[in-house]
Design a protein. Structure first.
Length: 227
């Protein structure tokens, strides 16, 4: 059900009435059969190379909240779903814009942000599968065309991709100097790399740790090394 503020009691009563009337049309003993048939139909209509996401999934990651809050609620509409059947029969129309409570907003916003963060991480990992992993780049043999900047950058990243404990115990082995590269025609400081295969870039040349961008080594060029 949609959570509303106190000034929306009329609309809330209307929603409850509509919901009860709807539930009367689906007896409990028939609900599971109806659900099974619905899901079966949905699965058969889903292409084999696609993944179907149901309303329970959408609700758990805050997407229904996001759609309602930013698109539908201002229009006096609310997308609702039946948890018993895990399906939606569309939107409920109210007499005024819907509003979530502050507590509900905090809960769902946290779920949504965690979901978006996970999606971005998965997308980054997927993108990097198509490019050269930083370990492969570091171990690639040098040629006559390999510049001093590239060689020094490989040495630096070879050290920075070791464990934090190793780096702490062997600070004297860390290559000194500044490693930079061009990314999208702008020069960045190289600060490290991750096990996912990406390289870390920073705009602040005094920065020792962290990054502003995580990119593929394939997108970097003109490696330079400064004492």
């Amino acid at each position: 059900m949609v959570e509303l503020k106190k000034n929306s009691q009329k609309t809330l009563s209307k929603i409850k009435k509509l919901y009860k009337e709807h539930m009367k049309t689906i007896p409990n003993e028939e609900a599971q059969t109806f659900k099974d048939e619905y899901l079966k139909f949905g699965f058969e209509q889903t292409p084999k190379d696609k993944v179907s996401v149901n309303f329970k999934n959408l609700s758990e990651v805050g997407l229904i909240w996001k759609i309602n809050k930013e698109i539908l609620h201002p229009l006096n509409l609310a997308l609702s779903w039946n948890p018993l059947l895990n399906i939606s029969f569309g939107c409920i129309k109210g007499d005024e814009p819907f509003e979530f409570s502050n507590e509900s907003n905090e809960i769902h916003e946290k779920k949504y942000n965690e979901y978006i963060k996970k999606i971005k991480e998965l997308q980054l990992a997927q993108d990097l599968k198509q490019f050269t992993h930083i370990y492969d780049w570091i171990e690639s043999p040098n040629t006559k065309e390999t510049t001093i900047g590239e060689i020094k950058t490989k040495e630096f990243l070879d050290f920075r991709t070791t464990s934090a404990l190793y780096q702490m115990e062997n600070k004297d082995l860390e290559p000194k100097g500044l490693c930079t590269c061009l990314y999208k025609q702008k020069e960045y400081k190289i600060t490290g790399a991750s096990r996912l295969g990406d390289v870390w870039l920073a705009t602040d040349f005094e920065r020792k740790n962290g990054y502003d961008l995580r990119v593929s080594i394939d997108d970097c060029s003109e490696f330079k090394y400064k004492e």
